[in-house]
Design a protein around this ligand. Structure first.
Ligand code: AMP
Length: 402
């Protein structure tokens, strides 16, 4: 059985084709810079060299069409006939209040997704275009939607509500939704396996630290709280996003600078020019920041410390919310690859029973592993995320359950 996972981002389409008997990747790739002259298509399949070429793709529909034609190429493709694909799993950023779990695509589901356009204008319309393109290119093959927000739907109202007048929730759907749910879900299950206990008997804090970052408090397999909110802007300091700020800064900026009368200018400031990039003035990429810190750059050091402090603050708060935890999990680009961030985040938390083994933490590895001292009450783990595989598994399961 083969499952195709499609991820239509704001300017890219990523895909992975899985063989589900062994959960191995057969082919994978990305069309980047959609709509721009520098658009390119990079792909690889098992046993073949990576290929990259410039392409002309005006929109997400054309990108999906290009990918599927390439997958079905008679000489170089990985599938001979569309019937080899049992189901297509689509990563969907925002399911709003409407979708609390993965669903098979029907006309009604597509209408429901359209209703979520207004709360995720940068993502959901592209996902929708991707779904239509797959339907056109792979007629009769079922599609499943897997939502980034779904895993967080167990959060209680007192945790997901903002203390604004209630009508803003009722009429505009303004509440915390949370994101990266597929990643938090995946690593929490891996962590349970590593600890040899069912997820339903564990309390954990999962830290997805990448370009975008979020922390989740998970009790007995259910999310109790998460750091991202109505949008992925809330929470910890990120690559180019500011994370938590005093909301009164927004009207203050609007009054002070007429450029900010345009909401898009504010969006760009908060989402694209802030975070590590905004503070360091160098880059939103943690590798560049770490190098600059070593070279003695003060603003890079400040940006690094701010990010680590904000993660530590969430961990400490969620430790209290959960009344103790069994483990902390680090995942995604920074969480998996930056020992210095993990060390700084976990430093001086002995009072909470969190004790890192610095030499284990510094050992280079791409495997899932423990980096806490043997005697640490709270286990600290590094677990590479695999959102694509999680989407493939969910799609297979939804298909099996009809
Ligand atoms: P992601 O969004 O999960 O792809 O993560 C991207 C982030 O991970 C970027 O900030 C990268 O700089 C960071 N990253 C990747 N590898 C490393 C590394 N070896 N050390 C520090 N940060 C890394």
């Amino acid at each position: 059985m083969k499952v195709l996972v499609v991820n239509c981002g704001s300017s890219s389409v990523k895909y992975t084709l899985f063989k589900m008997d062994n959960e191995k990747k057969i082919a994978w790739g990305i069309v980047e810079c959609i709509g721009l002259p520098e658009a390119y298509y990079k792909r690889q399949s098992v046993g073949a060299e990576e290929k990259e070429e410039s392409v002309k793709v005006r929109n997400h529909t054309e990108a999906v069409e290009l990918i599927i034609k390439d997958l079905m190429n008679k000489e170089t493709g990985s599938i001979q006939s569309i019937d080899e694909i049992a189901v297509v799993g689509h990563r969907i950023v925002h399911g709003g209040d409407k979708f609390s779990k993965s669903v098979l695509v029907t006309e009604e589901v597509k209408e429901g997704l359209k209703e979520c356009f207004s709360i995720a204008p940068l993502h959901n319309p592209h996902h929708y275009a991707g779904i239509l393109a797959v339907e056109k290119m792979l007629p009769g093959i079922p599609s499943v939607l897997v939502f980034d927000t779904a895993f967080h739907q167990t959060i209680a109202d007192y945790a997901y509500m903002y203390a604004l007048p209630y009508e803003y929730y009722e009429k505009a759907g303004i509440r915390k939704y949370g994101f990266h749910g597929t990643s938090h879900n995946y690593v929490s299950h891996r962590a349970a396996l590593m600890l040899g206990k069912p997820a339903e008997e564990l309390k954990m804090i999962t830290c997805h630290l990448g370009n975008g970052s979020s922390i989740a408090a998970i009790e007995n397999g259910k999310v109790v709280d998460t750091s991202m909110g109505f949008t992925p802007l809330q929470g910890v300091v990120m690559g180019t996003r500011c994370g938590d700020i005093d909301p009164a800064i927004i009207p203050y900026l609007i009054n002070r600078d007429k450029n900010f009368a345009d909401p898009e200018a504010l969006n760009v400031l908060l989402n694209k020019k802030s975070g590590l990039l905004g503070i360091s003035g160098l880059s939103g990429d943690m590798r560049t920041i770490v190098k600059a810190v070593s070279a003695g750059n003060k603003k890079a050091k400040l940006a690094f410390e701010m990010l680590c402090y904000s993660v530590k603050k969430y961990i400490s708060a969620y430790f209290g919310i959960l009344n103790g935890i069994d483990c902390i999990v680090f995942t995604a680009g920074i969480g998996e690859n930056s020992p210095s961030v993990r060390e700084k985040v976990c430093a001086n938390l002995q009072a909470l029973g969190i004790e890192m083994d610095i030499s284990k933490n510094n050992e280079p590895s791409s495997e899932e592993r423990f980096v806490s001292k043997d005697e640490s009450k709270v286990k600290i783990m590094v677990i590479p995320t695999n959102e694509e595989l999680m989407i493939a598994r969910e799609s297979k399961m939804v298909l099996a359950n009809g």
